[in-house]
Design a protein around this ligand. Structure first.
Ligand SMILES: *[C@@H]1O[C@H](CO)[C@@H](O)[C@H](O)[C@H]1NC(C)=O
Ligand SMILES: *[C@@H]1O[C@H](CO)[C@@H](O)[C@H](O)[C@H]1NC(C)=O
Ligand SMILES: *[C@@H]1O[C@H](CO)[C@@H](O)[C@H](O)[C@H]1NC(C)=O
Ligand SMILES: *[C@@H]1O[C@H](CO)[C@@H](O)[C@H](O)[C@H]1NC(C)=O
Ligand SMILES: *[C@@H]1O[C@H](CO)[C@@H](O)[C@H](O)[C@H]1NC(C)=O
Length: 533
C-alpha cells in the first residue's frame, strides 16, 4: 500500500515533466523579431528560440545582429542589419557613455532617438518588410525581443496572432505596464536597488530615492508611449482604418518572459499571471566541453584561475591606456592563471605566462569549470546571472546602462565587491582581488544563492515550452490579462469612486447641518414662546 502510494505520488509529480518530454501535438510556425543592438540581449532571446526549435517548432528568427548559432534544422535566420550610418551613431553613443558616469534615465533619454530610429529602420528593412507586407508563411505566434520597440507589435496584426514578449531582466517599469504588474514604490524597487542583505524593507532614504525613480519612470513611460504611437503610425500608418491601433496591439501581448527568478533574486513583489519567470534560460543545464587549448590551460591552473571579461559591448579602447596597463600589471603578478577576453589579439596589453587571451570565450562553460575562483566582470545582467548560477564570486567593474545597478545589488547580496573603472589603480585592484579570493564569505554566499536559484518546479526551458504552447493551444492568453489593462486612468485609480464617496459625505454633512439648524431654530422659537407665556 505504502509503496503504491509513493509510486502514485511520484507519477503525479513526474506527469507534467513527462508531458514536456514528449513532442508537441502540433508544430507551430513561430516568428522571432530581435532588433537589439546588444549581443548579450540576443543571447537570451536565442536561448528562448532554440528551446522552441529543439522542441520541434518551426522557428524563424529575424535579427539585426548575427546570432551565434550552430545551424539547426528547425531554425531559419533572416538578417536585417542596420545601416553603416546607424551603426556609427550607436558606436558613438556606447563610447561616449563609457567615458562618463551617468544614471540610467539620462542614458535612456540621450539614446532614445537613436534607439527608436534604429528600430524603425529594422522594421523597414526589405527583408523584414517582406515578411509582413507580402506574407508567404502564416505564422502562429510572434516572439518580440523588447528594446523599447513596442511599435513593432504591429507586425502581429498582419496575421492576427498572439504575442510573447521576451525581456532580458526582471520586472521593470516600462514593461510592467504592458501586463499590469503592480509597481508599488513603498516596497518594490523601481530599479535593481541595493539594500542591506538582511533588511526586508526599504528604509526612509531608499524609499525616498525609490519614490523619485518611480515618478521619473512614470514620466518617461508616458513620454515613450507618445513616441511609440508616433513610430507605430510611421511604420503602419498607411493601413486601412480597421488596422488595430497601437494600444490595441499592446493588449494582444499574451505573455512576458522575464529573465529573472524572484524567489532567489528577490524582492518578493506582486506580479500578474502573464509574467513568466525564465531566469537563467541562457545557462546550459550541462556545460559544453571547452575548446582543447582552453581546457588544457584551465586544467594546468592548479592554483585556480581568474576569468576577466568586459562583455560584448565594451571595447578596451574606450578606456585610458593606463587603466588597461594597471589591470595587466596586477593580473600578470597573480599566482593564479588568468583568462582574459580581449578583442584585438594583434595588440594585446602585454605578454605573461599566466594569462590566456582570446577574443571569444564560452563564458557560461568557463564559469562552470571548478578551477575558476573569481570572475572580474563589467556586471552585465547575463554574466552576473551565470556566475551566480555556478557559484563564482565576483569583482565588478561596472561601466554604463544597468551595470552599476547590477553591481550594487551583487555587492549588497554579498557575492563580491565593486570598483570604479574610471579611477582604478593597481593598489585598489590588487586589494580587491585579494579580498574576494581570501575572504570565504563571498564564495559561501554565492554558493548558497546558487542552490536556491536552481530549486524550481520547472526549469527555465520547461517554462518556455509549457507557457508558449499554452498560448498556442488557446490562441492567446487573453483570459489571463489583468483587468487593469482595460481600464482608463480615472477608473484604474478609483478616482471616480473616491469622488462619489466624497460627494456623499459632503452632501450628508450639508443635510445634517441643515437639519441641525432647523432643530435649533424650532427649539429657540418654542423657548421664546414659553418665555412669552
Ligand atoms: C526539428 O523538429 C522536428 C519535428 O518538427 C523534431 O522531430 C526534430 O527533433 C527537431 N530537430 C532538432 C534538432 O531538435
Ligand atoms: C518553416 O519556416 C520557414 C521559414 O519561415 C518556411 O519557409 C517553411 O515553409 C516553414 N515550414 C513549414 C512546414 O511551415
Ligand atoms: C559624443 O561625444 C562627443 C564629444 O564629447 C560629442 O561631440 C558627440 O555629440 C557625442 N555623441 C553622442 C552620440 O552623444
Ligand atoms: C600545460 O602544462 C603542460 C605541462 O607543464 C605543458 O606542456 C602545456 O604546454 C601546458 N598547456 C597550456 C595550454 O598552457
Ligand atoms: C569578509 O567579508 C565580510 C563581508 O564583507 C566581512 O564582514 C568580514 O569581516 C570579512 N572577513 C575577514 C576575515 O576579513
Amino acid at each position: 500500500m505504502v509503496g503504491q502510494s509513493v509510486i502514485f505520488r511520484l507519477l503525479m509529480i513526474l506527469a507534467p515533466l513527462l508531458l514536456l518530454e514528449s513532442p508537441p501535438a502540433d508544430c507551430a510556425n513561430i516568428l522571432g523579431l530581435f532588433s537589439t543592438i546588444s549581443p548579450s540581449h540576443l543571447i537570451v532571446h536565442m536561448s528562448v528560440m532554440r528551446t522552441l526549435a529543439d522542441r520541434g517548432h518551426n522557428v524563424t528568427i529575424v535579427s539585426a545582429l548575427k546570432p551565434k548559432l550552430v545551424p539547426h534544422e528547425n531554425i531559419t535566420v533572416i538578417m536585417a542589419p542596420f545601416s553603416e550610418e546607424l551603426n556609427a551613431r550607436i558606436a558613438l553613443h556606447l563610447e561616449n557613455s563609457s567615458k562618463e558616469k551617468s544614471n540610467i534615465f539620462y542614458s535612456i533619454m540621450k539614446t532614445m532617438n537613436t534607439l527608436l530610429d534604429s528600430q524603425l529602420e529594422f522594421l523597414k528593412h526589405p527583408n523584414v518588410a517582406a515578411i509582413y507586407e507580402k506574407p508567404q508563411v502564416k505564422y502562429d505566434l510572434l516572439v518580440l525581443g523588447y528594446v523599447m520597440n513596442d511599435f513593432q507589435l504591429g507586425v502581429a496584426a498582419k496575421w492576427d496572432i498572439p504575442i510573447v514578449v521576451s525581456w532580458i531582466m526582471g520586472p521593470f517599469g516600462f514593461i510592467d505596464d504592458q501586463v499590469g504588474n503592480i509597481y508599488d514604490p513603498s516596497y518594490v524597487p523601481s530599479l535593481p536597488m541595493s539594500n542591506n542583505k538582511d533588511a526586508r524593507v526599504l528604509d526612509f532614504g531608499l524609499r525616498l530615492r525609490n519614490f523619485g525613480i518611480w515618478i521619473c519612470m512614470k514620466a518617461i513611460t508616458s513620454a515613450i508611449d507618445t513616441q511609440m504611437n508616433k513610430y507605430y503610425k510611421l511604420a503602419f500608418g498607411q493601413e486601412d482604418s480597421d488596422f488595430p491601433t497601437y494600444h490595441e496591439m499592446r493588449r494582444r501581448i499574451s505573455l512576458l518572459f522575464y529573465n529573472y527568478h524572484s524567489l532567489s533574486e528577490g524582492p518578493v513583489r506582486p506580479t500578474v499571471p502573464q509574467s513568466i519567470e525564465i531566469g537563467g534560460i541562457q545557462i546550459k543545464d550541462q556545460p559544453d566541453p571547452l575548446p582543447n587549448e582552453l581546457a588544457e590551460f584551465l586544467g594546468n591552473a592548479t592554483n585556480g584561475a581568474i576569468f576577466f571579461s568586459l562583455g560584448t559591448n565594451v571595447k578596451a579602447t574606450f578606456f585610458q591606456p593606463h587603466i588597461m596597463e594597471a589591470i595587466f600589471n596586477v593580473l600578470a603578478r597573480q599566482p593564479l592563471s588568468v583568462i582574459w577576453k580581449w578583442d584585438d589579439l594583434e595588440h594585446k596589453p602585454g605578454q605573461a605566462a599566466n594569462i590566456y587571451f582570446n577574443s571569444w570565450l564560452p563564458q557560461d562553460d568557463l564559469l562552470a569549470h571548478p578551477n575558476i575562483k573569481l570572475f572580474i566582470t563589467h556586471a552585465g545582467k547575463g554574466g552576473v546571472a551565470e556566475a551566480q548560477y555556478h557559484g563564482v564570486p565576483m569583482l565588478a567593474l561596472p561601466i554604463f546602462g544597468d551595470q552599476p545597478a547590477n553591481a550594487e545589488v551583487m555587492v549588497a547580496s554579498g557575492f563580491g565587491i565593486s570598483l570604479d573603472m574610471l579611477t582604478l589603480t593597481e593598489e585598489r585592484l590588487e586589494q580587491g582581488i585579494n579580498e574576494v579570493l581570501s575572504n570565504s564569505t563571498y564564495v559561501k554566499n554565492v554558493r548558497k544563492f546558487s542552490v536556491l536559484y536552481r530549486d524550481r518546479p520547472l526549469t527555465p526551458r520547461q517554462s518556455v515550452i509549457y507557457w508558449t504552447e499554452y498560448v498556442l493551444r488557446h490562441k492567446g492568453a487573453y483570459h489571463m490579462q489583468s483587468p487593469s489593462l482595460h481600464m482608463h486612468f480615472v477608473a484604474r485609480n478609483n478616482l471616480d469612486v473616491c469622488a462619489f464617496v466624497l460627494f456623499i459625505i459632503a452632501s450628508s454633512l450639508v443635510v445634517f447641518v441643515f437639519l441641525l439648524r432647523l432643530v435649533y431654530k424650532r427649539f429657540t422659537r418654542s423657548r421664546d414662546k414659553v418665555k412669552k407665556c
